[in-house]
Design a protein around this ligand. Structure first.
Ligand SMILES: CC(C)(COP(=O)(O)OP(=O)(O)OC[C@H]1O[C@@H](n2cnc3c(N)ncnc32)[C@H](O)[C@@H]1OP(=O)(O)O)[C@@H](O)C(=O)NCCC(=O)NCCS
Length: 180
């Protein structure tokens, strides 16, 4: 996923990706009832805690605030008010860039990431492509994206910051072409 230090790019001005997504409930995941809704500033402490626990290069609260203020879209999945997962994206013209997707460990393998991703695609009016970067070693995420129909299109060599062993991991570039 995208690196942690960034200058938020300009999104499509004033448009929310989830205008019609008002506390949509889903029973798509086993017998769980998950709620999908647009995220806001009030969600960012919980999002920060989850992103910090999931990513080596997590975003600060300030970066998350800046992202929302500059038009990134945050989609929240929760159960009984508890954050199960979220999806942070940036729309530039007809492309959606997936910046982060994360699911809390206790909610994994219950279809939450699939639910978030399918909602993204379902709401992607006028979008030609969904793009993302993923660590070469992140097999769960690469399998998720492959299951959703993403294709691997290339690599960014040594894209990520050095790990404890001083190795900079490659990013795999993936995209999903949407029908026009
Ligand atoms: C990757 C991640 C988002 C998946 O979330 P999830 O809610 O557990 O995924 P889902 O239950 O929706 O799984 C959908 C499909 O993804 C694949 N998948 C998900 N987790 C997997 C795993 N651990 N191993 C193999 N395949 C996996 C499977 O194809 C799965 O379908 P299946 O359950 O029918 O086999 C989650 O593991 C996570 O938050 N990881 C840490 C953060 C991260 O790496 N984010 C992605 C950065 S690019």
């Amino acid at each position: 996923m995208a690196q942690s230090t960034f200058v938020p790019a300009k999104a499509v001005a004033g448009k929310s990706r989830w205008p019609r997504l008002s506390n949509r409930r889903s029973a798509a995941c086993d017998d769980d009832a998950f709620v999908l809704r647009a995220g806001s500033a009030g969600d960012l402490q919980a999002v920060y805690a989850l992103n910090r626990s999931c990513f080596e290069e997590y975003w600060s609260v300030g970066s998350l605030v800046s992202a929302l203020e500059s038009g990134y879209d945050l989609l929240i999945c929760e159960q009984d008010g508890e954050l199960a997962g979220y999806l942070l994206t940036l729309t530039v013209v007809d492309e959606i860039q997936v910046m982060q997707i994360a699911v809390a460990p206790s909610f994994r393998r219950r279809g939450v990431a699939r639910l978030l991703s399918e909602a993204l695609v379902a709401g992607a009016d006028g979008i030609a492509t969904v793009t993302l970067e993923v660590r070469l070693s992140n097999i769960p995420a690469r399998r998720l994206y492959a299951a959703l129909g993403f294709a691997e299109t290339g690599y960014r060599k040594q894209y990520y910051a050095p790990n404890a062993a001083g190795i900079c991991e490659d990013a795999v570039l993936m995209d999903l072409q949407l029908p026009s």
